[in-house]
Design a protein around this ligand. Structure first.
Ligand code: PHE
Length: 334
């Protein structure tokens, strides 16, 4: 047999290095250095090597033997060290405490808000984050040329809407498409809250993020009035923020509610600064028409609140980005 000494050595050193325990290392020791081992075979072969090649072959064979011997020794030593480490283990040292996690402030806020509405008879529903234009816009009476429909305010996906040719799917820009989904499937009376993530290509700063959370609310029945909307949201705000707040309903425009308003709050003993916390209004007849409700049969109220906004106000958080940075020094405080 002709020997490729370089190859043999390389293979041996890899095998030795990868040995998982002393038992396996011993197997390799016998394979290479044993009485009938590879090294022995190589030296027996030396006699057959042509005279002129002998010195070089002999030299290489020697160095192969030394290197393998050394590698086995080193590996053995490393197993011994490991055992020593183990024996040095001080079992009386205190262990590493596994600290329990807890809900993120955003999740806590969503839970708190939803359960307040649950006590009023609302049920919690969720909708998908990938939506169709029909649910995110059309159904909500947001016409094709409405500014919020252009690419700047909505993330469009490359995937085509499977239900509508030449329309792409998108990441929902608000939780309001949840209204459409619920109403398409159920007849009034309806009382639902829909929490979830929404996406807008906003530049990220202290008060904007391209992903944030909203909670949508929808109440539809035969005789829902604007006074119900005011009463419901006032009750909610006083329960959530305490009685120490002022509230105002500031007229606003949303295509899917009429009339529409934004709700601002301020603290009675604080600065006289109004802070916007949600949009709301009476469900637009066009929305009822889209979901197939009989004209004039129902009225309804809807609202959409920004969870981060509300958590920031309630807990004095000044930068929205801290919610997403996963810094335990921040998260632990809540
Ligand atoms: N969807 C609106 C927004 O994201 C909020 C809203 C919801 C307004 C429901 C009115 C009724 O700004």
């Amino acid at each position: 047999m002709d020997w490729n000494l370089e190859e043999t050595e390389k293979k041996a050193l890899i095998e030795i290095k990868n040995a998982v325990d002393e038992k396996e290392l011993e197997v390799f020791r016998i394979k290479y250095l044993g009485r009938k081992g590879v090294v022995q075979e190589i030296f027996s072969y030396l006699g057959k090597v042509p005279k002129e090649d002998k010195p070089l072959f002999g030299q290489k064979a020697n160095s192969l033997r030394n290197n393998i011997t050394k590698a086995i020794e080193t590996k053995k030593q490393s197993f011994i060290e490991k055992t020593k480490d183990f024996l040095n283990l001080d079992v009386t040292l205190p262990g590493v405490a596994v600290s329990l996690g807890h809900k993120h402030l955003i999740t806590q806020t969503i839970d708190e808000i939803c359960s307040l509405f649950e006590t009023l008879g609302f049920v919690i529903q969720e909708g998908p984050e990938i939506e169709t234009e029909a649910h995110n816009f059309e159904g909500l009476n947001i016409p094709e040329d409405h500014p919020s429909r252009d690419g700047f305010d909505t993330f469009y996906l490359e995937a085509e809407d499977p239900y509508e040719k030449n329309k792409n799917l998108l990441l929902r820009s608000h939780t309001s498409p949840g209204q459409i989904r619920i109403m398409k499937e159920h007849k009034p009376p309806l009382a639902v809250v829909i929490p979830g993530r929404v996406y807008r290509p906003d530049a990220v700063d202290a008060s904007h993020s391209f992903m944030f959370h909203q909670i949508e609310g929808l109440l539809v029945d035969k005789d829902i009035k604007f006074s119900d909307l005011k009463g419901l949201l006032t009750d909610f705000c006083q329960k959530f923020f305490g009685k120490n707040i002022n509230m105002r309903f500031r007229p606003h425009y949303f295509p899917f509610t009429e009339p529409s308003a934004e709700v601002d709050i301020s603290w009675k003993d604080g600065k006289k600064e109004w802070l916007e916390i949600m949009g709301c209004g009476m469900v637009h007849p066009k929305v009822f028409e889209f979901v197939g409700y009989k004209k004039g049969a129902y009225t309804g109220l809807a609202f959409g609140l920004g969870v981060e906004r509300i958590a920031m106000l309630k807990h004095g958080v000044s930068d929205i980005r801290t919610f997403y940075e996963n810094d335990n020094r921040f998260l632990k405080q809540f």
